[in-house]
Write a protein that binds this ligand. Structure first.
Ligand SMILES: [Zn+2]
Length: 72
């Protein structure tokens, strides 16, 4: 089950919730003040994996050069 991060609209408390993708935590009360309707935060994980993809392309183009060192 994916982990989602929410921020309370009232007090700004950030808390994490496990729930199914199809479900919504819009009626989950804030653990701090009890306000319902927390704001869903964009997961940082997706942007990290995007950056990782670019980085792996760069390192693969670097690979043949490193392979030359292993030839000796
Ligand atoms: Zn709150």
């Amino acid at each position: 089950m994916p982990l989602y991060e929410y921020r309370c609209r009232k007090c700004g408390k950030i808390f994490e919730l496990f729930h199914k993708m199809s479900e919504d935590a819009s009626n989950t009360p804030c653990p701090e003040c009890g306000e319902v309707g927390p704001e869903k935060q964009m997961s940082a994980v997706s942007s990290v994996s995007k950056g990782g993809g670019v980085e792996s392309l760069a390192s693969s183009s670097c690979g043949p050069g490193g392979g030359g060192g292993g030839f000796s």
